[in-house]
Design a protein around this ligand. Structure first.
Ligand code: PLP
Length: 391
């Protein structure tokens, strides 16, 4: 048998979706046995993709647009993304965009291309579980900096300054944040930008949820032209347009690295799906009110979760201002998050994600991406189980 070397071992030790898929699978098994289940673990909108996207994609298939595209992505899609951003007040040159297979591939390719072996990348925890593993896969060193999580989320500048060394090459920020739903404030972004400005460090903003926002205004590094040559934006059609399975995302990078990034993307995936890109172009171009309408529905669901959590003494959570997640504490229960999550699922069929996957202890993540009635019933069981564990 061929011996596995260190890197291969590292990949095989990756938790494959941070355990989310394991929980979803376990939940599905209970469902098959006839148990009523509540999927609060999966972070993807339950809405259908926009009709305009589906129609454009079907037409593209009929017209045999099924071949390789430009590695940068089709011009139609890059222009549609640029116009979409222009409506929000941002000027994105389509020539600085590289279309990828979801934000996931954009992040992985960026790390592979821009980080050398041993370079450090700062992650603010809690964070999206793939960041850490992708950094390790790229040969980089993830450096976790805990965010302030009280009632309001905040970047802890003292901790950040202490964590940055001469090996730091990238700071990765996600706002609104998965798994907390928190949004970075203008004041925090001002301080972060001031700190990063002029250093040999990329500021990468994962803005997958930037349009799913209930409070505050989304603040982007794009608001700060003084760091334009250090700013990279990653986003996708997945959450904005409920198009997770289409696998269309993008990276917006400074002019001098766009060709390099396109080459790295060429080596990893060649190009994103041709007809998927055509569908996504229609979504970015034609579905101007799609997200706004969905946000109103997400907000209603979020409020149901918040009201239920108020019946769980000690289950404090930082204010969820965006995305579709809430991250309550279970510290008072003196239980490991995994034990709580498994107990809740086995007893009442409610699936949530233990927070260890996101680089933080003593919390669980609730995703409100199912219908409001299911959320109401599932949260009743959550409250019941939490209070049983408290006794
Ligand atoms: N970034 C964050 C913060 C996410 O939560 C996710 C998916 O859950 C992704 C990136 C990946 O998104 P995509 O479907 O565009 O690859």
């Amino acid at each position: 048998m061929i011996a596995l070397h260190e890197k291969t071992r590292r990949i095989s030790q990756c938790s494959f979706g941070g355990g989310i898929r394991d929980i979803a699978d376990a939940c599905n098994k209970l469902e098959k046995k006839g148990m009523k289940t509540f999927h609060f673990e999966i972070g993807e909108p339950d809405f259908d993709s926009p009709e305009a996207a589906k129609e454009a994609c079907k037409r593209a298939l009929d017209e045999n647009k099924t071949h390789y595209t430009s590695t940068y992505g089709i011009e139609e899609l890059r222009s549609a993304i640029s116009e979409h951003e222009a409506r929000k007040g941002y000027t994105l040159d389509p020539n600085n965009l590289v279309v990828t297979c979801g934000a996931e591939e954009a992040l992985m390719t960026l790390m592979l291309a821009l980080l050398d072996i041993g370079d450090e990348i700062v992650l603010f925890t809690p964070c999206y579980l793939a960041y850490r593993e992708e950094a390790l896969f790229a040969g980089a060193v993830p450096v976790e900096v805990p965010a302030k999580l009280g009632e309001h989320y905040g970047i802890d500048m003292d901790k950040l300054k202490a964590a940055v060394t001469d090996k730091t090459r990238m700071i990765l920020l996600n706002t609104p944040n998965n798994p907390s739903g928190c949004v970075v404030s203008r004041e925090d972004m001002d301080k972060l930008v001031e700190f990063v400005k002029g250093k040999n460090i990329w500021l990468v903003a994962d803005e997958c949820y930037s349009e799913i926002i209930y409070a505050k205004k989304h603040v982007s590094p794009l608001d700060y032209p003084e760091i334009a040559d250090q700013t990279i934006i990653v986003s996708s059609s997945s959450k904005t347009f409920a198009m997770t399975g289409w696998r269309i995302g993008y990276a917006y990078v400074p002019h001098d690295v766009v060709a390099m990034l396109a080459k790295a993307h060429l080596m990893t995936t060649s190009c994103a799906c041709a007809f998927g890109q055509i569908g996504a172009a229609a979504a970015f171009r034609d579905c101007k009110t799609f997200t706004r309408e969905k946000v109103a529905r997400f907000k209603e669901r979020r409020n149901v979760v918040i009201e239920a959590l108020k019946k769980c003494p000690g289950a404090d959570f930082p204010s969820p201002e965006g995305a579709f997640y809430v991250l309550p504490s279970i510290e008072k229960l003196n239980m490991k998050p995994l034990d709580f999550a498994m107990g809740l699922m086995n007893k009442y069929g409610v699936a949530v994600v233990p927070s260890d996957s996101f680089g933080i202890k003593n919390h669980v993540r609730i995703a409100y991406t199912v219908g409001i009635d299911t959320i109401r019933s599932g949260m009743e069981y959550f409250v019941k189980y939490y209070n049983e564990c408290l006794e």
